[in-house]
Design a protein around this ligand. Structure first.
Ligand code: HEC
Ligand code: HEC
Length: 167
């Protein structure tokens, strides 16, 4: 009887731990879910990311309604790095990748409402980072056969990636 009890509690603990691991993965996956490849279909998360609840995104999505699948440069005013990306996806990258990866709001990179302006340094830096990312990934592919770096890899929710471990 005691043995059965022990086996059952062990199974329960094992199940709980596996569930926690799955939940953790699912929690992390939203930041890596976006693909820089505009020809890939939107992932399930991209279709309905938690960040779509952002009021600016909701407003912008209303504004571009019916044009979500048009190339971003035809819908927005100052597209340099996202040429060819569906306009709807650009908004998902803003809300779901750029913001959360750095742990910032839209206003870190934009004067809110004047999204096309290049008046903030971080917006320009983000463009450079976007261009750097595939270079790093290509180098990794050459080195270890796979490239899996995105904004979150370095930033992990912070504007300045850490140089040292937390004390
Ligand atoms: C880390 C910086 C960063 C953050 C945070 C960010 N953006 Fe952006 N955003 C950019 C960059 C860079 C571009 C220009 C893309 C290009 O050149 O193709 C851009 C472009 C845009 C555009 C297109 C404007 C146009 O007409 O050309 C919109 C709209 C936009 N962002 C909305 C948002 C919203 C809403 C948020 C917050 C949910 C947000 N962004 C958060 C960096 C950022
Ligand atoms: C290989 C690591 C790495 C990757 C990948 C990376 N960054 Fe960075 N990023 C950095 C470092 C390092 C800095 C400089 C931080 C500092 O000034 O201390 C930086 C700075 C920035 C800044 C300026 C921060 C500020 O002061 O406002 C922005 C914006 C930014 N990154 C956006 C991005 C975005 C968006 C992506 C993904 C497209 C990205 N980064 C991917 C390492 C990285």
């Amino acid at each position: 009887m005691k043995k059965i009890k022990r086996t059952v509690s062990f199974a329960v603990i094992l199940a709980a731990v596996s569930l926690m691991l799955v939940a953790r993965q699912a929690g992390n996956s939203h930041v890596v879910a976006f693909s820089p490849d505009p020809t890939e279909p939107l992932t399930e998360w991209e279709q309905n990311p938690p960040a779509a609840q952002n009021p600016h995104i909701a407003e912008l999505e209303k504004k571009i309604a019916g044009q979500e699948n048009k190339p971003a440069e035809e819908v927005f005013k100052n597209i340099q790095i996202f040429k060819g990306m569906p306009a709807g996806r650009v908004l998902r990258v803003m809300a779901g990748a750029f913001g959360p990866a750095l742990g910032v709001d839209c206003s870190h990179c934009h004067t809110v409402g004047e999204w096309e302006k290049d008046d903030k340094e971080p917006k320009q830096t983000a463009r450079k980072m976007w261009i750097m990312m595939p270079k790093v990934n290509n180098l990794l592919k050459e080195t270890i056969g796979k490239g899996m770096v995105n904004c979150t890899t370095c930033h992990r929710g912070q504007v300045k990636p850490a140089l040292n471990l937390p004390k």
